[in-house]
Every structure is written in C-alpha cells, then in structure tokens.
Design a protein around this ligand. Structure first.
Ligand SMILES: [Zn+2]
Length: 309
C-alpha cells in the first residue's frame, strides 16, 4: 500500500511542466501558491510535471528552478520529478485494475467526436485486453460542483462529471489526472492553489481522490492572465519568458495581479522585501473572483486592470 508522508497542517505545491521557461502567467501561479502557503505558515513544494515526455524540453526544469530562486520563491523539500515515479503510478493502476475499476478502450478521438464529443462508456463491457489500448476509469464518484477557495461554487457539466476518463494513454503514458492525484496524496498536499485553467479538471481530480479513498485537498484557483479573452499566456502561444536577471518588475506585477499593492517604504526592486511584505498582507479576499484577466505585455512592462466581478 502507498502511504503518504506524515500529515502537516498546510502543505502546498507549485507543479510546472518543464515544456519551456516560466512566463508571467506561471509566475502569478507560483507566487499565489507560495504566498498562500507562507501566509498560513505552511510548507511549499515544487514538483516537476514531466510525465508528458513528448512536451518536455531539455534543460527547462533547471531553468524553471533557477527562475524560482531568482524570484525568491524558495521551496522547502527536495524537488520531485514525475518521470522518476512510474512505480507509484503503476502500483495505483494495478490496484484499480485488480478491483475492476478501469477498463481498456480502443475508441479513437475521431470516433468519440462522432458520438457527440463525450465518452459514452462504449468499451466498458468489452473486456479488451490489448496492452496498447488506453485505460479508462469507471466513474463511480461523479462531481457536479465543488467549492473553490477563490472562485466560490464551481459547477461542471453532467457529461464531464460522469465521463469515464483516461488514466493511462494508448501511447503508454500515465494520464495527468492520475499522476497529479497520486502525487498530491503521496506528498500530503493539503492546499492546491493554481491557475483557473485547471478549474475544470479539478472536479475530475476530486472524484479520483474519492475513488482512491484519499483525503481531498482544498482548492483555490487564481484568475488566469490572458492576452485576450479565452487566450491564456502560455508557452504554446509564445508568451515571453520572465527575466530572471531582473525579476522585481514581474514579481511586483504578479503581486498587483493578486491584489497586493506595496507600501511606500517597500523597496520594490528587492524581491525578498517584496515577498516578505506580500506574505504578511496576502489574502484570498484580495484576489479577483474572475477566471480571466487581460494582460498587455509591452516594453514598459505589464499592464492590466484587475476588477473583481
Ligand atoms: Zn472505448
């Protein structure tokens, strides 16, 4: 049986995927989870979500860690790499298989799209045993809504809540939903603070925590920095990397994004001073309750208007 570390009162984490350098949006997420942990005298961890190997960029993990250090975001325990934890994920899959809670699925994306876009349980009773098929979980704990620490009550569609989702992909990789839940459990994470792009997968993760009989962490999702509505700042759409040689402007902007305005006596060019101040005054109540905020990146820096809805 897998057993987590001994229980702490607050354990948070930042879990970047090393597919490129950190951009302003990822610094907001990192800073928010750091401040939420430190404001509550918690432990803050960093986990490299490098399970999706085709997307991993060589050296990006080291660059991310150097950037976090430059921003003063220091983690408390050893960094964990998901690529080194296959044994844990397989152990959980084996136990799900033994308990007949997963099944092999041979449906293609195209076929699922033709059937309406949501998986309809087509292969549930086919008893396929080809190793190259994807594995889907039998959804026994559909979550239709949950309480988010920042966004409030979040509702999910019935289709999404009830879908038998993939826990192991047909290419042999463990699915994100599985590994994130297993790792949060094994690292004893009590609070997950992250960007609102992960709001939708949260319902699924909560249901998997229940299915595996793991304690469910608290979730809080900060607004996503977007270039225009619906388009998040991301590595995929070429958001520029933050400058680790001059971190203060991006850190100051990230704090302002989170509703924190430094007092006059704070040296805004000193990241340690900024973070110490921010840790004291941080409050989830200061963060806008909206899933997105439009951010303009210009030569002059970061420009955005935060207005709570
Ligand atoms: Zn199928």
């Amino acid at each position: 049986m897998l057993t987590p570390l001994s229980l702490g009162s607050y354990r948070g984490r930042f879990a970047p995927s090393p597919s490129g350098p950190l951009h302003f949006g990822s610094i907001i997420a990192a800073t928010a989870s750091y401040l939420d942990a430190k404001h509550h005298q918690g432990i803050w961890l960093v986990r490299m979500e490098d399970i999706d190997t085709p997307r991993v960029v060589a050296g990006a993990d080291t660059d991310i860690l150097k950037t976090l250090e430059a921003f003063g975001l220091e983690w408390d325990e050893s960094v964990v790499w998901q690529s080194k934890r296959h044994t844990f994920y397989q152990e959980v899959l084996d136990s799900l298989t033994q308990n007949q809670q997963v099944y092999a699925c041979q449906c293609t994306r195209k076929q699922i799209k033709q059937r309406g876009g949501f998986y309809d349980g087509h292969c549930r009773d086919l008893k396929l045993c080809n190793q190259s098929h994807a594995l889907r979980i039998k959804q026994c704990f559909p979550i239709h809504s949950f309480e988010d620490g920042i966004q409030g009550q979040v509702h999910c569609s019935d289709h999404l809540a009830c879908e038998d989702y993939i826990v192991k992909r047909s290419d042999g990789l463990y699915a994100y939903q599985l590994v994130v839940v297993v790792d949060d459990y094994l690292q004893n994470i009590t609070h997950v603070v992250r960007g609102a792009d992960l709001l939708e997968p949260t319902a699924r993760q909560i249901s998997l925590f229940q299915q595996l009989n793991y304690p469910i962490p608290h979730y809080a999702h900060v607004p996503l920095a977007v270039q225009k509505p619906g388009f998040k700042l991301s590595k995929q759409n070429h958001a520029p990397a933050v400058d680790k040689n001059n971190p203060a402007p991006a850190l100051l902007a990230a704090l302002q994004f989170l509703g924190i305005e430094p007092d006059n006596h704070i040296n805004v060019n000193n990241v340690k001073e900024l973070l110490n101040f921010a840790t004291k005054v941080y409050s989830r109540d200061k963060i806008a309750k909206t899933p997105e905020i439009v951010v303009k990146l210009s030569e002059a820096g970061y420009q955005f208007t935060v207005s709570a809805s």
